[in-house]
Design a protein around this ligand. Sequence first.
Ligand code: UD1
Length: 419
Amino acid sequence: MERFLIEGGTALNGKVKVHGAKNAALPILSAALLIDGESVIHNCPDLSDVRASVHILESLGCQCHREGDTLTVKSDAICSSQIPDDLMQKTRSSIIFLGAVAARCGTAVLSSPGGCDLGPRPIDLHLSSLRQLGLCIKEEHGSLYCNSEKGLFGTSIYIPIPSVGTTENIMIAAATAKGTTRICNAAREPEIVDLANFLNGAGANVQGAGSCDIVIEGVSSLHSVEHSIIPDRILTATYMSTVAVTGGDALIEGAIPEHLKAVSAEFIKMGCQISTKNEGIRIAAPKRLSRLKSVKTQYYPGFPTDAGPTLIAALCTADGTSTFTENIFENRFKFVDELRRLGADIKTEGRTAIIDGVKALSGAQVKCTDLRGGAALLVAGLAANGVTTLCDVHHINRGYENPVENFKNLGANIKRTDV
Ligand code: UD1
């Protein structure tokens, strides 16, 4: 089992480059299934979640080839519309394949998806939206049997929650549906805009992505496309937390400031200097961070839920008491028990965490509980005095490419061991 050994307490300084966004790559890979030809996807991160999507594409008959950060997907010879259960279980975003498989093949068979355990993560909105496009879905023994033999038909769909995955599933399914689809109360995340740019590059007609009202005019087919994935804003937020909590100063190359306004605003309140450069974002931290009176996660452009755990890790040694409220997922605080092992003083009350800043954290053996919770422990371990052993790091590998090498480049004392 792979572990990280971290000797913390060193300020992180220098430069680090942000890789492509996991949450943009996953829906784009699913949309690649619709392309009559080749998708050349640049800046595609090499992560275990991305590899899981590639395995799904291959199981459906696509040919995938990676060279450096460019992934090429050939999808002109689809031979199956059934996704094996073990592949569906590897990542929650596998549900985004539903719209793509149904649109491409007319039928789809797949099971309910796996992914991070953040409390109940229903797929009711995905199913009801695709049903409105004319997909007939039967749910039996945990599997979904879908049929769209008469084709999918555009319509107006209101999503009661601006769900990212649901918005993406509709966009993908509607790209080649007959007629016009309107998504009301659509998610506005930058990854939605990236998906729209990929689809439009392939000949789709998607308008309004980035607003809560997206209109898709269905086209008969999508052609070969070349696309570059946007930089990962959640990885950027992780680097910001690490630099902030260790009192460092670093340039995060490639980060798009516009995507990180809500995150940067919190680090400024904590006393960090944030400057926007042509190359990315520079963050310079004070000796001790100030507390944050109240942070709340919200849908974009609000503070992102995925950047919450690493921000909480940074607040563990801030001066004073901070409160953090998680509004998107029900059970996102599993990592807090592990942070306490490092000496953090945190209470949770329902969806709120109350963090009393301590003078310093101290190293211990801790276990990653999920992807972003694992990242929070990595951030805290880099700040803690002494040695931290981080176990179950496969969670971190789902969303962070070469974390050991990248943090080492910033001066961290971290290494990988196999036990
Ligand atoms: C995506 C991101 C994930 C991020 C989340 C919120 C990807 C691959 N993952 O996940 O990293 O944490 O957005 O920014 O992009 N919901 C329902 N029914 C549904 C679907 C969602 O009730 O059918 C609820 C969820 O339980 C949650 C809320 O809607 O409370 C938002 O979830 P959603 O935006 O769909 O998250 P994901 O797309 O799964």
